[in-house]
Write a protein that binds this ligand. Structure first.
Ligand code: F6P
Ligand code: MN
Length: 313
């Protein structure tokens, strides 16, 4: 007799199918989830042998971010649905050879953002952005899905395909099960997560940060983009920013691998994401390395940033 229990949490694949996500898109999200288990394992055990071997001390050891890149690349290829990829770890677009009509998505990803934080046991993450067709360098508004994985005290996966934002948590059986449905941000919150050196702030940005501080916003910054955004998104509160600075007029974070996917997820959750003058998702990318200042989070905080950066109060 089949046992039915309302206490069994919904798994990732089951959720993707029940919510009607197109099969190719679902495969990509699911396979990134599979890849993340191997990345998670390598990170937690220090086993940096090539995937499939367990050579802890052998010559095949790779840096964790390079290993994460290999694992995710192989899994994306394995879906048979991806035409081209571009990774923060690679300098060029990679074309998957066995082209075919089913390879109808292009993917940009950051395999292990914040990898230098692993040594001090802070949370890090994987970020993925999915486009239709075979051009991975499209404006972010063309995305058909985006996701990230946080490797923290728990391993969690957040995704959207334009129909709600969902969080899954990896359990001890190696399954991602649904832990939060339809994540939605408040109109306004009380957290701020500020990147960049304060001594290099431009005057308008300094005024913006001072105004948040005067309003009692609490500082929450770990230096890991994925956990920092995850906090703003899941608490539904406040703003993450990495501004233009005196030394870096375009900020630090990259449009294709970091900003577009996070902007998509935050917008899907009712928030906003701006360069300070323009919606992030409207920016037309020029090259793989394109960076942009960013203000991302609750709509009120993002609107206030745009106002102050453009000379308002
Ligand atoms: O892109 C790398 C990264 O480590 C992000 O994870 C993070 O948001 C940012 O850089 C931190 O930069 P900074 O050390 O300048 O605050
Ligand atoms: Mn990165």
């Amino acid at each position: 007799m089949a046992v039915k229990s309302k206490h069994v949490r919904r798994g990732l694949w089951n959720h993707l199918m029940r919510t009607g996500v197109e099969m190719g898109l679902a495969s990509i999200i699911y396979e990134v989830g599979v890849a993340s288990k191997y990345v998670n394992h390598a990170m937690r055990t220090g086993d940096l042998g090539l995937a499939g071997t367990s050579n802890l001390y052998g010559e095949e050891q790779l840096a964790l971010d390079v290993l994460a890149d290999e694992i995710i690349k192989d899994r994306l290829d394995h879906t048979g649905r991806v035409s081209k990829i571009v990774s923060e770890e690679q300098s060029e677009i990679i074309i998957f050879e066995r082209s075919g009509r089913r390879r109808q998505y292009a993917v940009c990803y950051d395999p292990l953002d914040g990898s230098s934080l692993v040594d001090v046991n802070l949370a890090v993450g994987t970020i993925v952005s999915i486009y239709p067709g075979d051009d991975p360098l499209q404006p972010g508004k063309n995305q058909v899905g985006a996701m990230f994985v946080v490797y923290g005290p728990r391993t969690t996966l957040v995704y959207s395909t334009g129909n709600g934002v969902f969080e899954f948590t990896l359990n001890s059986l190696g399954e991602y099960t649904l832990t939060r449905e339809n994540i939605f941000m408040k109109e306004q919150g009380n957290l701020y997560s500020p990147g960049g050196l304060r001594s290099e702030y431009l005057p308008e940005h300094e005024r913006y940060v001072a105004s948040l501080e005067a309003d009692g916003y609490k500082l929450r910054y770990s230096g890991g983009f994925v956990p920092d955004i995850n906090q703003i998104l899941l608490k539904g509160s406040g703003v993450f920013m990495y501004p233009a600075t005196r030394k870096s007029p375009c900020g630090k974070l990259r449009l294709p691998f970091e900003l577009n996917p996070m902007a998509y997820l935050v917008e899907q959750a009712g928030g906003g994401a701006s360069t300070g003058t323009e919606r992030i998702l409207d920016v037309v990318p020029g090259d793989l390395d394109q960076r942009s200042p960013v203000y991302i989070g609750c709509r009120r905080e993002v609107a206030l940033a745009e106002r102050i950066l453009n000379g308002g109060e």
